[in-house]
Write a protein that binds this ligand. Structure first.
Ligand code: SAM
Length: 255
């Protein structure tokens, strides 16, 4: 099956160089997600990386197999047909991807559960801005908190629609993601994710009222326990006024 029609392929050689130059590539083991017609694959190989590329589209995989036969025979490139949101992914050092924006979130959260040292990923600009938004600011949301809990993120640069063919309707941005352990202990990662979701899905409510609305999900006794132990300054704040430590404190008290 071909997913081809919705794809915006990178065509600007300067943009390709900027992506490759955002990090050290030579000698590294790279997982590329969604190689498409191989423009980044080619640049990664030229820069001295050993690449495994996972592509969901069979027709593109056929094209890549033909185009890169020498690199495949030489062991510098391995092509895998699969959905990177679900298939087994190899252990890797660096992850590089320019994905369709419709699967950004799914793939990003998959990537964050993997063992790797660095990722250079392209997103729609607005998505990238939300990823890097300062925690405790109006721009910050669930995505910012969940990503920054598990990684350091840095927006490297933006690209205009003209860097792609066909041009998308939006600007794009490249973000560097470096995983790290949470800065504050998290007793239960699932409850943490659910508390962050609850607080931002009621972002106009105070923490006190947002937690009250989620008593069914989080457990009445646990929410009562949290109310008796969380300081009033936090209970009276809204999600966008909290720091990472506050999200950890709240979730640990309802875990
Ligand atoms: N990296 C190429 C480039 O920069 O020109 C292609 C970019 S195109 C926006 C996205 C690519 O990701 C397409 O080749 C598409 O088939 C592939 N893709 C989409 N969803 C995928 C998934 N779930 N797993 C693996 N590849 C996927």
């Amino acid at each position: 099956m071909s997913a081809y029609r919705d794809q915006h392929f990178l065509i600007d050689p300067k943009a390709v160089d900027r992506i490759i130059n955002s990090t050290e590539v030579c000698g590294r083991t790279v997982l590329e997600i969604g190689p498409g017609k191989g423009v980044l694959t080619q640049a990664l190989l030229c820069a001295g990386a050993v690449v495994t590329a996972v592509e969901i589209d069979e027709s593109l995989l056929g094209y890549l197999t033909e185009h890169f036969s020498d690199e495949i025979d030489g062991g510098r490139l391995k092509l895998v047909l699969g959905d990177a949101a679900r298939c087994a992914l190899p252990a890797t050092d660096l992850i590089v991807a320019n994905l369709p924006y419709s699967v950004s979130s799914k793939i990003l959260f998959r990537v964050l559960r993997m063992d790797f040292s660095e990722a250079v990923l392209m997103f729609q600009k607005e998505f990238a801005d939300r990823m890097v938004a300062r925690i405790g600011s109006k721009e910050c949301g669930r995505l910012s908190v969940m990503v920054q809990t598990y990684a350091c993120v840095q927006k490297c640069f933006e690209l205009p629609p003209s860097s792609f063919s066909p041009p998308p309707q939006v600007r794009s941005a490249v973000v560097k993601v470096i995983p790290r352990d949470p800065l504050f202990p998290i007793a239960n990662k699932e409850i943490y994710a659910s508390v962050v979701r609850t607080l931002f899905s009621h972002r106009r409510k105070t923490v006190r009222n947002a937690l009250k609305s989620a008593r069914g999900e989080l457990g009445d006794d646990k929410v009562q326990n949290a109310f008796s132990r969380i300081i009033p300054e936090i209970l009276d704040s809204r999600a966008e006024e909290l720091y990472l430590e506050d999200f950890a404190t709240i979730s640990n008290l309802v875990s």
